[in-house]
Ligand binder design. Structure first.
Ligand code: C5P
Length: 314
């Protein structure tokens, strides 16, 4: 048998990037640049978007999972104003010989809830940076990729890093936290997203006297080190939860419902509206998900963490 190598064969790279849950989200009063100082603990959880970059003519296509609302397509695929295109342009602009880079088609397989507080857009941005770095053979250093990620959005560096990490600054100054436990979550997205800036604005209205220094994540870090779900449940903290519930009161009822059905604790994920319920084990999470799934809650997902950040698929 003869193997023929086709030099002109279309090349393709697929990168997978995870969703996140903030186990602690301490928010201080806005800085001079308008961003809020954070003391946060991110955990990457096993819900992923995949970005496939292929030699092509520059199209961006989104393939949403069946459980995501149809509005995802109109929200994400409109024009050039999406994080995938921004990431591609940013990387190309910093590459030597930018004009000679081949054009690419980008396909986003979306599974992370959109505008849900789980960094789905950030995952797409991070995955695009890594996919194009490999497809274009740029060899960009991890440090440079993290810098580029931070210019795309506050949560994009964590989407690259994954695992469990402490975040300071506007969430982009990261330190990895050892977290050998597998934590189990039931994730309940909302049909309609919440815009992050509007949740931060509501936070400012509700808490005009918020301290400059955000609430410390020390209790959450100690619970992670102990590997104890009861301790982590008690320590979970999110300063954006009250404004998210104020904008979407049904979220408060959802949290109470999940806790009454046996969740160790329910919490709004990031700026919401996705709610994450901490469970004892995989069996507990699957059984709670079965209980919660119904007419009112058509989409109930199970995920565990921590998982890896943006990585190449074979
Ligand atoms: O950085 P990113 O583009 O994800 O932020 C979206 C919006 O969320 C910002 O424009 C800002 O309104 C708000 N934000 C903030 N403080 C942060 C992160 C985000 O006020 N630390």
């Amino acid at each position: 048998m003869t193997l023929s190598i086709q030099p002109d064969a279309q090349r393709s790279v697929t990168v997978r990037a995870p969703a996140k849950i903030n186990l602690h989200l301490g928010v201080g009063r806005p800085r001079d640049d308008g961003f809020h100082p954070l003391d946060t603990v991110f955990q990457a959880v096993g819900l992923y978007d995949d970005v496939r970059a292929t030699d092509g003519d520059g199209t961006v296509t989104v393939e949403p999972a069946s459980y995501l609302p149809d509005s995802v397509l109109t929200d994400l695929a409109s024009g050039d104003d999406n994080i995938v295109t921004h990431a591609a342009r940013l990387l190309a602009a910093t590459a030597p010989g930018a004009d000679e880079l081949p054009r690419v088609d980008l396909l986003v397989e979306k599974r992370i809830p959109v505008a849900g507080g789980m960094a789905g857009g950030s995952a797409d941005g991070a995955a695009t940076l890594v996919a194009l770095d490999r497809l274009w053979n740029l060899g960009t250093s991890d440090e440079r990729l993290l810098e580029l990620a931070a210019t795309l959005g506050s949560d994009v560096p964590f989407s690259l890093l994954g695992g469990t990490a402490h975040g300071a600054g506007r969430g982009d100054v990261l330190h990895t936290i050892p977290d050998p436990t597998t934590w189990w979550w039931v994730v309940v997205p909302s049909h309609e997203g919440l815009a992050t800036p509007s949740v931060y604005r509501r936070f400012d209205e509700m808490f005009p006297d918020a301290p400059a220094t955000p609430a410390s994540s020390a209790g959450t870090l100690a619970a992670l080190a102990a590997g104890d779900p009861d301790r982590l449940a008690a320590a979970l903290h999110n300063d954006l939860e009250a404004p998210a519930i104020d904008l979407r009161p049904a979220l408060g009822d959802l949290i109470a419902h999940g806790e009454a059905e046996g969740a160790l604790r329910g919490i709004v994920s990031g700026s919401g509206p996705t709610v994450a319920f901490l469970c004892w084990s995989g069996d507990h999470a699957r059984s709670l998900a079965d209980t919660l799934q119904g007419d009112d809650l058509p989409v109930v997902l199970v995920a565990n963490g921590p998982v890896a950040g943006a990585h190449l698929l074979p």
